[in-house]
Design a protein around this ligand. Structure first.
Ligand code: PEP
Length: 251
């Protein structure tokens, strides 16, 4: 037990470098050395400016995507070494927008996850069901299958670097949030799956985040659930005050 919460802000395709600098300057003054680790995930062109603006703060930096190969003729792509060099510690893999808008299937998610590990970075593996799957009662099967394929060929030592984010697709950017009970139930099932495949010790130490329309008004009750170890926040992370309030909800 004793998992320290992680609050991560995924900015998607928002925030120019100039806007990023203004955000970071305001935001670092709003959070104390509180009870949570805090992570910002800006778009690629804003990473370097974020790194400078966050210098001396405890806020970490992450990237939204990675190319599975370490280098080569892949126009428009970004490698793990580049992300590490610009100051990233974490990389998202399997975000539903990458899966549904850019065609990242489980095999690609797994390749990207291994690329993150190979670069000495920490993957945040996102999993979650679409509305039809929830209505059909297949949430746990869908999530188990995404875990099984996304984590293929990951050994127990590498697993220590991994964070999981449970993000029901129907709750992302829709204003609709899973109830604390729904989120807790699925995240507890994810923890059981990890116990079965990686052992009890890893299951009790891995951080599992909830994502899907987390806001200052609903963060506290979601974060109070025993298996929810933090939040992956989209829309509400674009406003420094709102994001700082979510961080403060960790206590
Ligand atoms: C996300 O981008 O992962 C997300 C959960 O977005 P939102 O908080 O806007 O639903």
């Amino acid at each position: 037990m004793g998992r320290r919460p992680l609050i991560a802000g995924n900015w998607k395709m928002h925030m120019t470098p100039t806007e990023t600098e203004a955000f970071c300057e305001a935001f670092v003054g709003m959070i104390g050395d509180g009870a949570a680790d805090v992570l910002l995930i800006p778009p690629f062109p804003s990473l370097d400016r974020a790194r400078s603006a966050l210098d001396g703060s405890s806020v970490s930096l992450g990237a939204q995507d990675i190319h599975p190969e370490p280098s080569g003729a892949f126009t428009g792509a970004v490698s793990g070494a580049m992300l590490r060099d610009v100051g990233c510690a974490y990389v998202l893999v399997g975000h539903s927008e990458r899966r549904h808008l850019f065609g990242d299937d489980d095999a690609m998610v797994n390749r990207k996850l291994h690329a993150v590990l190979a670069a000495g970075l920490k993957p945040i593996l996102c999993v979650g069901e679409v509305l039809e799957e929830r209505k059909a009662g297949s949430t746990e099967d869908v999530v188990s299958s995404q875990l099984d394929r996304g984590l293929a060929d990951v050994g127990p030592e590498a697993f220590e670097q991994i964070t999981i984010a449970y993000e029901p697709v129907w709750a992302i950017g829709t204003g609709e949030t899973a109830t604390p009970e729904q989120a807790q139930e699925t995240i507890a099932a994810i923890r059981s799956w990890i116990a079965e495949h990686f052992g009890e010790a890893h299951a009790s130490s891995v951080r599992i985040l909830y994502g899907g329309s987390v806001k200052p008004g609903n963060a506290a009750e979601l974060l109070a659930q025993p298996d929810i170890d933090g939040a992956l926040v989209g829309g509400a992370s674009l406003d420094p005050e709102a994001f700082a309030q979510i961080v403060a909800a960790c206590g």
